[in-house]
Design a protein around this ligand. Structure first.
Ligand code: HEC
Ligand code: HEC
Length: 376
């Protein structure tokens, strides 16, 4: 009996609109996050972070949609046993792949792996932001050492993600070729052809509104908790009173440096050598010297858990109180043309605030870097 033509062309809407928006939206966001993370300058950190927040909202949506969404978007629709995965691979290799209306077993593994890696990237990213930069919802909880550890994980996961995206694209192309159905087009218009033996038997009506409302509610709650947590004081920063003598005596020739930029021993030896201070005589009366010395010692690098304090406290032994001689300072500023330091408006390497808008507060946040006034 001849198969009626229309059966061969029978199509069913497999991917609902929210799932397709999720897929392509997440693609754009992840591409933006990767580009900004790998190639963006430090002072674009905010853009990377906000894209990251959007990715988190998308993941939360997808998790909820995987439980309350329509048939083919539900995780239960594409949970395959290892046996089923192996059977699928065997059939695929032999050139006779089974057709799946929803995700095929390999595709479903990729969906779960991508959601998992994006979740891990989000968590590690927030830990770097909180621990290293003292910003974001985890600033009150994450220490600098935890943040640096998370940074290693974050970078590793980012490379892994790139590899998985490549595998995903090849997988889709391969499956499309083998099954003679364009999976990419299906993700655009949502439709997939149905063959005689796999009618969409269980397509029961789903109240999409329910899943949407739950997803929206949960995203709002997580956003509110995150925003609230972001207002907590950062664990790396401490309250520091202003010392009048320090502010007036040390500002004659240059900006006052934040006490967290050198370790205790360095401040002590600097204050003990004021008569020969970088070729200048900066000496002060004994009382003022002692007052400033104890203030600087008290709020020296050891008291803080910022990126600047942690790295700049590793001083160069030959120049124990020269911030610009520390290995960290040198390596971090190695890409800046020397002329910029010699010419106006910077004039000196030690003129931190020409390029760091927040130098006075000791933060040195990525977002506050401007190479020099007027030029970004
Ligand atoms: C008489 C002028 C003068 C006074 C007063 C003075 N300094 Fe300096 N200071 C200098 C000069 C000049 C340099 C070298 C700056 C440069 O390399 O551009 C310098 C450099 C420094 C540096 C190292 C910056 C770097 O290159 O890493 C620190 C830290 C510093 N001063 C702290 C202080 C403190 C603390 C006081 C107050 C007790 C003080 N200075 C008072 C002239 C002065
Ligand atoms: C000519 C401009 C300029 C001057 C002057 C300058 N910096 Fe920077 N600094 C930069 C730039 C640009 C970066 C980012 C480099 C990069 O891409 O890693 C940076 C990075 C840093 C970082 C790392 C920030 C982070 O979160 O990654 C610290 C800390 C820092 N500078 C401290 C200082 C201190 C302290 C001084 C003064 C003694 C100083 N800088 C002077 C331009 C400058």
């Amino acid at each position: 009996m001849a198969v009626p033509k229309n059966i061969a062309k029978l199509q069913v809407r497999v991917w609902d609109l929210p799932t397709r928006i999720y897929h392509w939206g997440q693609l754009i966001l992840v591409a933006a996050a990767l580009l900004l993370g790998f190639f963006g300058p430090e002072w674009w950190l905010d853009a990377h972070v906000y894209v990251g927040y959007a990715i988190i909202a998308f993941i939360v949506f997808r998790l909820i949609w995987g439980v309350w969404g329509p048939e083919y978007s539900r995780f239960s629709n594409f949970l395959f046993s290892p046996k089923a995965v192996i059977a699928h691979i065997k059939k695929l290799v032999s050139g006779r792949p089974s057709h799946f209306l929803g995700h095929n077993p390999l595709g479903s593994l990729m969906v779960f792996a991508l959601i998992l890696i994006l979740a891990l990237l989000s968590i590690s990213g927030l830990t770097v932001l909180g621990g290293v930069e003292n910003q974001g919802p985890l600033a009150g909880f994450a220490s600098f050492s935890l943040g640096t550890l998370a940074r290693i994980g974050h970078e590793f996961l980012a490379y892994l993600l790139v590899g998985m995206i490549v595998a995903h694209i090849f997988g889709v192309l391969f499956e499309s070729y083998m099954s003679k159905t364009s999976l990419t087009r299906a993700m655009v218009d949502g439709r997939k052809p149905v063959t005689e033996d796999q009618r969409p038997a269980t397509l029961y009506p789903v109240r999409k509104e329910g899943g949407m409302i739950i997803a929206f509610g949960v995203i709002c709650v997580i956003g509110a908790v995150g925003a609230l947590a972001s207002t907590m004081p950062a664990s790396g920063l401490i309250a520091m009173p202003v010392n009048e003598s320090f502010q007036s005596e040390c500002a004659d020739c240059h900006q006052v440096y934040h006490p967290s930029l050198l370790p205790r021993e360095s401040w002590v030896s600097l204050m003990g050598n004021l008569s020969d201070h970088f070729g200048e005589d900066a000496s002060l009366g004994a009382d003022t010297t002692n007052e400033i010395m104890s203030y600087l010692s008290r709020y020296a690098a050891q008291a803080w858990d910022t990126e600047a304090a942690n790295f700049l406290s590793l001083v160069d032994e030959k120049h124990p109180f020269q911030i610009t001689a520390t290995p960290f300072w040198i390596s971090r500023h190695a890409n800046i043309p020397q002329e910029i330091f010699r010419t106006k408006p910077v004039n000196s390497k030690a003129n931190c605030s020409a390029c760091h808008k927040d130098a006075a507060g000791g933060m040195f946040a990525d977002q506050n870097i401007q190479i020099a006034h007027g030029q970004n």
